[in-house]
Design a protein around this ligand. Sequence first.
Ligand code: HEM
Length: 501
Amino acid sequence: MAFLSIALFSWAFAVGGIAWKNGRNRKGTLPIPGPRGFPVFGSLFTLSRGLAHRSLAAMAWSRANTQLMAFSLGSTPVVVASDPHTAREILTSPHFADRPIKQSAKSLMFSRAIGFAPNGTHWRLLRRIASSHLFAPKRILAHEPGRQLDCTVMLRNIANEQKLHGSVCLRKHLQFAALNNIMGSVFGRRYDQKKDSEQLEELRDMVREGFELLGAFNWSDYLPWLSYFYDPFRINQRCLQLVPRVRKLVKGIIEQHRQLSESKMLSDNADFVDVLLSLDGEEKLQEDDMVAVLWEMIFRGTDTTALLTEWVMAELVLHPEVQAKLQLEIDSATRSKTLTDADVAKLPYLQAVVKETLRIHPPGPLLSWARLSTSDVQLSNGMLVPANTTAMVNMWAITHDPKVWKDPVEFKPERFLEAEVDVRGGDLRLAPFGAGRRVCPGKNLGLVTVQLWVAKLMQGFKWVQDSVAHPVDLSEVLKLSCEMKFPLHAIAVEREDTLLP
Ligand code: HEM
C-alpha cells in the first residue's frame, strides 16, 4: 500500500507524467509543460494506437505546448517539439546526436548500422563512408542508368496492367521498382519478376518482416518488465528467426563480390558492396558491420522512395489542374525525348510538387527515429532538457501549423515557386529528411529518384481518378513511415507522342 501511495503521489505531482517526477522538467528557468498521462503507463496509450503525429499535434496545439511538450512513455521521459525554432535547436545540437534504440533494432543488428549507432568513432566513420563514397554526387549520378531502367520496366508493366484491367494499382509497381533500384545500387543485382520469382519472394518476405518488426510498437521498449510475460507480436522470437536469413543472403552476396572484385578497379557506378570491400586502413569495416550497413540501406531506401512517389501521384490524380501544368512544363522542356536527371533538375514546378507533397505528407511525420540527449541541453527559451531524454520533432505538426504555413491543408505547389525553401535540412519549416549531424544521408538519392520517376510517369500517362471502383482516399497509416492506408488506384491513359517502351 505504501509503495502504491508513493507511486500515485509522485505521478500526481509530475507534470509530463511519472518519468518526469522529482522536478525533472523544472531544471531550466522555464519549466517544460506536458500532460501527466496515466500512472505507470504515462501517454503510452496515445502513442501506441492510431496516428501518433496527429494525436501529439492535437495535444500540443490544445495546450499551447508547441515549443516543447514533456510526456512519459512508461518510464521513458520524452519531449516533442512542434515548432521550427525548437526543432532546429534539438536536431542540430551535438548533445542530441544519439538515438534511443528499440529492442527490435538491437536484435536485428541495427546498432552497428548508421541509423542507430551511438554517436562516436564508429558512427562518424560510417557517416564519412556514406558521404564520401556511398552517396557521393558522382556515385548518385553514375547510378542514373539503373534508375532509368527500373522506371522503364515500371512504365511497361503499368501500360500492360491498364490494358488488361482498365485501371492500375500503382503501389506494387512502385514497390518493385524501388526494391530493384536499391538492390541494384547496394548489391549490384536486379531481379526479373518472372525468372527470379522465388528469390524475389524470399527477399520481399525478409524486407516485409523487418519493416513490421522495426515499425511495431513494442510496449517492452518502455516498460522493460513487461518483456518477461507480454510479447503479443513475438518480436524477440521473430527477430531471432530473421537475422540468420539476412546474414546468409548478405554474406553470400559479399562473398560473390569478393571473388569477382579482387583485380577490379572501382568505377563510379560500383555498387555499395564493392565500395565497402574497396575500403582500406581505418575505413575498413568488419564483415558483420558491412552486413548491418548494407541491410539498413535496403530498408531505408525501399519504402521511403515508393511511398513518397505514391503520395505525389495521389495528389496529382486529385488535382488535374496541377497535373496538366506539370505535364506542360515537362513537355515544353523536353519535347518527347527521354527525360534525364539533368532535365529534371531544371523543372521548378516538378520540384515544387514534390516539396508540397513532402509538406502535406512527410514520410516520417515524427522524423521516424527519435534522438536521445547525451547531457543536459539548455534551450534558448529557458527550458532545459535533462540528459537521457528522448526527443522527437513533430514535423507533421510544423507543416500543418497555420502560423507557419498559410492554408496548410491545401495542396498548393505554387507556394514553393514564390519562395525558395531548402528541404534538405536548412529550413526547419520543412525538414522531412531531418537536420543536423544525423540528417538523412540518402536524401539526394531519394529526391532524384522520386523526381525522375514522377516526371516519367507524367510524361507517359495522363492519370485519371477511378471514381467509381477506387476513389482516391488520402487516409494515412503510420508504420515505420507514414503510408497511404489504401493503395492508390487510377486510370493511366497513354499520352500521345510519348516514349513509352
Ligand atoms: C524520400 C526519401 C527519404 C526520407 C523522407 C527520409 C527521411 C529520413 C529521416 C527523417 C531521417 C532521420 C533524420 C534525423 O534524425 O535528423 C533519416 C535518416 C536516415 N536515412 Fe533517410 N529518408 C529517405 C531516403 C533514404 C534513402 C534512399 C536512404 C538510403 C538508401 C536513407 C538512409 C537513411 C539513414 C542511413 C539514416 C540514419 C542517419 C543517421 O542516423 O546518421 N534514407 N531519413
